[in-house]
Design a protein around this ligand. Structure first.
Ligand SMILES: Cc1cc2nc3c(=O)[nH]c(=O)nc-3n(C[C@H](O)[C@H](O)[C@H](O)COP(=O)(O)OP(=O)(O)OC[C@H]3O[C@@H](n4cnc5c(N)ncnc54)[C@H](O)[C@@H]3O)c2cc1C
Length: 415
């Protein structure tokens, strides 16, 4: 069913009791051409497998409900403000897919290109931002370098005078912004389902069956499901799922927390990130400030964080916007993020025939959802890397060709 003003009016006459479900709840079939583990990037992958490659014998297996993973837990920020040549074209393609997302899916995902502003606090950081902005513009990405007055004209409430870290300027990506996160899961599920993909919730993969070096299917809580090709897109559980096939990944799992404040009057009309610590904030349409910061500093599979990190994040927030100290936090939650050793994701086939890997998104994979699904679908369908994700090969760690955007080295907790 197409969502439109007419369908809304028509359904309102029958008390909204006749809407057809946005996707089916199918029983798993005995086998599929492609099975994908994980209902985040996995949903996007299944959609593009069907749409771009004509492969619709596909099942997405999700152990929880749709949107229960990081796709529904993030702080909703999208951007393509990277510097390295392996990253920029990939994230810019994602941005272009976002820009056409609601039209393509006939679904309101509240895409709001309200601008993402990174603040800087020293001359050296300003120079680094100028360099990144230039790299973005060379790749055709929008970037505007602002001095302190430029930032002040956008956000006069920031602390420009008595601040612990005076604001030197900022790098703005006007096309960056936010997207309602769970709507993305629903739109991809609806789009994939309408093209014949089986989206199967409450179906945990517990084992991977391999015969003669080739994947033949997965053991699940709903029985064995055969497949010719298997894609893993399990985020914070990537290491555990890959271990079922005997793979040891260069990934650590950490919890990342997010926070929402009480509702305030319209106050912050873009996304602002602090440059002297790790803090990012935007304001939702309901008025709550949505914010987050660093990952908790230990490995964990728990979807809840610890109080020291709450204090750390809020300290950074108050250093940037002193007025935040008077705002009450309403709720917080955590998600398990798959931190790779260089902060860059992995989209690749593995040495096992028919087994493909999508992982290592750290805390920045939401904005990548469309491009990640696009490239992973290509890799699965054609058994080769897509040019846009050619820098995300698994063997880069063996070859010593890390894609270390932040220059932090092999320290996942810093990426
Ligand atoms: C608090 C927080 C804030 C964030 N903020 C941002 C942001 O502002 N912008 C941004 O770009 N990124 C952000 N991120 C990161 C982003 O959300 C993730 O990188 C991205 O969503 C990862 O996508 P995914 O498909 O790999 O993971 P997920 O959406 O988590 O999908 C993986 C799915 O696999 C399922 N699964 C795991 N094991 C199994 C199994 N054995 N069987 C079946 N299913 C299984 C899980 O239940 C999960 O639903 C944030 C993350 C968090 C936690």
């Amino acid at each position: 069913m197409r969502y439109s003003l007419t369908s809304l009016l028509k359904n309102s006459l029958s008390g909204h009791r006749n809407w057809t479900p946005a996707w089916r709840e199918p029983e798993p079939r005995k086998s599929y051409d492609v099975v994908i583990v994980g209902g985040g990037h996995g949903l996007a992958t299944s959609y593009y497998l069907a749409k771009e490659h004509g492969i619709s014998s596909v099942a997405v297996l999700e152990k929880g409900w749709l949107g229960s993973g990081n796709i529904g837990r993030n702080t909703t920020i999208i951007r393509s403000n990277y510097m390295l040549p392996e990253n920029n074209p990939f994230y810019e393609w994602s941005m272009k897919l976002w820009e056409n997302f609601e039209q393509e899916f006939n679904f309101n995902a509240m895409i709001s290109q309200r601008g993402v502003l990174n603040l800087c606090h020293s001359d050296a950081q300003y120079d680094a931002f100028a360099r990144r902005g230039n790299a973005m513009r060379i790749d055709g990405v929008d970037a505007v370098l602002l001095d302190a007055n430029g930032v002040r004209s956008m956000y006069p409430f920031l602390d420009f005078t008595g601040a612990r870290f005076p604001i030197r300027g900022g790098l703005l990506q006007p096309r960056g912004g936010t997207v309602r996160h769970d709507a993305v899961a629903w739109a991809y599920a609806r789009g994939a389902d309408s093209r014949g993909v089986d989206v199967i919730q409450n179906c945990e993969v517990t084992g991977i069956r391999i015969e003669n070096g080739k994947v033949i299917g997965v053991e699940t809580t709903r029985g064995f499901i055969g497949c010719k090709k298997l894609g893993l897109a399990a985020a914070g559980n990537s290491s555990e799922v890959a271990a079922m096939a005997g793979l040891r990944l260069p990934i650590e799992s950490h919890v990342l927390q997010a926070f929402v404040s009480e509702g305030l009057k319209p106050y912050i009309d873009g996304v602002i990130t602090f440059g002297a610590g790790h803090f990012y904030v935007s304001q939702s349409d309901k008025g709550g400030l949505v914010f987050g910061g660093d990952i908790d500093g230990y490995n964990s599979y728990a979807r809840r964080g610890n109080l020291p990190m709450v204090e750390h994040v809020i300290e950074a927030g108050v250093a940037m916007i002193p007025g935040l100290s008077r705002v009450r936090v309403l709720r917080s939650w955590g998600g398990i993020v798959d931190m790779s050793m260089d902060g860059t994701p992995i989209i690749d086939k593995t040495h096992i025939d028919g087994l493909y890997l999508n992982a290592g998104w750290c805390y920045g994979g939401f904005k990548a959802t469309p491009a990640s699904g696009w490239c992973f679908a290509h890799t699965i369908a054609r058994n080769e890397a897509h040019t846009l994700s050619a820098g995300f090969r698994l063997d880069r760690f063996r070859r010593g060709y890390a894609v270390d955007e932040k220059g932090q080295g092999a320290t996942p907790n810093l990426h």
